[in-house]
Structures are given as structure tokens and as C-alpha cells.
Design a binder for this molecule. Sequence first.
Ligand SMILES: O=c1[nH]cnc2c1ncn2[C@@H]1O[C@H](CO)[C@@H](O)[C@H]1O
Length: 363
Amino acid sequence: MEHGVASDLAPLLDVAVELHVHLDGAIRPETILYFGKKRGIPLPGNTVEELLKYVSYDTPLTLPQFLEKFNYYMPAIAGDREAVRRIAYEFVETKAKEGIAYVEVRYSPHLLANAGVDPIPWGQAEGDLTPDEVVQLVNQGLQDGERDFHIKARSILCCMRHMPSWSPEVVELCKKYRNDSVVAVDLAGDESLKVENYSEHKKAYEEAERCGIHRTVHAGEAGPAAMVKEAVYVLKAERVGHGYHVLEDPELYKELLKIKMHFEVCPWSSYLTGACSPDFSKHPVIQFKKDRANYSLNTDDPLIFNSTIDKDYGIVKEHMGFTEEEFKRVNINAAQSSFLPEKEKQELLNKLYKAYGMVPNAS
Ligand SMILES: O=c1[nH]cnc2c1ncn2[C@@H]1O[C@H](CO)[C@@H](O)[C@H]1O
């Protein structure tokens, strides 16, 4: 059976937590082909194998080069109600099969819309699917998936670095759907971009903080430690997406260790986006482990990286000496740093303690 994380780590990690994975980077190739054909939208291939030749890869590119991969297939999905709902539903099924008990999945509602968004993404003609309705459809797909596959799934709505004008609406959507699957806001995209009106991101994050919307920010992935500093102290991020380059500022790293800042580490992604040295023995997560930092292990964009969570656990086990104990600690940290309300967080933690044999008599 496919259930479980990294074959020889199962059943230990049959109950894992994933906090950093992009919905639009986790679509099944079969689903892309299906909607491409149905909607008459050209794709670079007609079979899974052909499509993956363009969409996925296994030797490092730069972050902007990696981000271009979305151009190949997003036109087949964006703007289609059935497609948006289905990718969310199938995502939950995939994660259930991987042994994930709780997942927070992120996406930009604007990048899946074809109305009420300026500019309309992916060269689509204007239609009538707004970012607001995208969120409703994803919520529906996630909730149907939770019911059918018996895991818990919540979502994080992404602001995009290059589109500050979208950010206020992203936060409004987080507020509107906060009791309905959505748990936080993120800032994604190319962090090396000089953004024209950065203050819109900042204002949006201030509003999120004011309203008690949880916050994470992609920072220190391809960018320097200063981006991590800005994410934490200006945008008031409660978690950092990737964050590898924080190690280049030892003072900052020390401060963040002290406040137990959570780093959403994505090992295989960090190799393929050129975020870290291709030499795994120099990977920042080794330092995080040594310092007993608060971090999680995640897939990021499993379609493009042609991976499952097993790949990420396998890499740190094979190349970085990770043990069962550390895998347990990582997942407990992930649950503790999840954006679930307190009561649900406690339930998740109890599930993990029980599965890991840490509270033998817990019921
Ligand atoms: O590793 C990453 N770093 C920064 N941005 C990313 C990464 N993976 C995906 N996205 C961006 O986030 C958007 C919403 O899901 C994706 O469309 C992609 O542009």
C-alpha cells in the first residue's frame, strides 16, 4: 500500500504534518491533460511523460527559471470551476496516500481566476471566475477531500511579490473565509524582484495582523538574510517559508532561534531552485537540526519536482543523518507551529504523540 512516509520510516511517520506545499505546484499531470483537452488549450505534450518533460525537472535551475514552469500548464486549469475544485480534491487524496495527517496548502486565488483580476493571468480571455469564487471552489474541494480521505486540510492564500495590487484583496479573502478552510496569508513569488509598491504588501500584512490572520512569508530562499529579517520584523511573519539564508546573519539567526521561529524547509525544492548549495552535506537544515531549531519538512511543488514527501524525508535521512527521533521532533514542531486554532492543534498533537508512542496510554 502507498500509505506512509519514506517506506522504511513507515509506520513511524504514517502520521506526518506538511505546512508548505503549493496547490498549483501539486496538480496531477493527468488532470492537466484532461482539462487541456476538454477546453482545447494547447499543452507541450499529450501524454504524462511528454508533459512532464517540460513541466518537471531534476537538475538545479534558478528560482525565476523554476517559476516559469507554471506557464506551461496553468492555462489548462485557471478559469475553470471544475478544474479548480478537482485539483483541491485530488490534492487531499494524494496527501492522504502519502501519510499526511494534516496539511496546509497554499495558492494565489488570483492566479486561478479569469475575472476580477488585473491583469488576467496566463493570457486567458476574460471569463467570470473571480478570486473570491476560486477560494470557495478550493474550500469545497478540500472539504470533500477531508470527508472522503479522512485527513485534515487547511489553506493559505498567497500574495504575489510581483503583484502588490492584489494583496489587499488576498487579506480580505483570508478574513472572509477564516472559518472555512483558510488559516493564513503568505507572500510568494520571486523574492529577488524589486517591487514597485512594496507598501501594499506591508499594509496588507498589517491588516492581517490587526485581524488576527496568521502570517507566513517566503524569505531567505533565493534571497539574503535581510529578507528574512524584513519578513519577521516588518511583515510580522509567524513562520518563514524556506529561510535558508538566515544562517548568513548569525545575530538574526540567534534571535530567531530564541523566539522559536518556525522555518518551512523544503529540501528537494531547495536543491532544484538553486536556493542552496547542491552539496547536501552543506544544507542549512543540518545546522537547524544541530541547533534543535523549529522547522518542518515539506515538498513545496511536487508536480514540478516530480516528488512526494518520501523524497524529502529520504534526502535528509540518506544525506544528512536524520534519525527517527528527529523526524518525530520535526513533525511535532510542525503541528505546534500549524495555524490551527488551539483546540484543533492540541487534537493534532495528541494524534502525533499517540502515533509516535510518546503518550502510550493516550486515547
Ligand atoms: O518555492 C517557491 N518560491 C516562491 N514562490 C513559489 C514557490 N513555489 C511556488 N511559488 C509561487 O507561488 C504561487 C502560488 O502557489 C505559484 O503560482 C508560484 O508562482
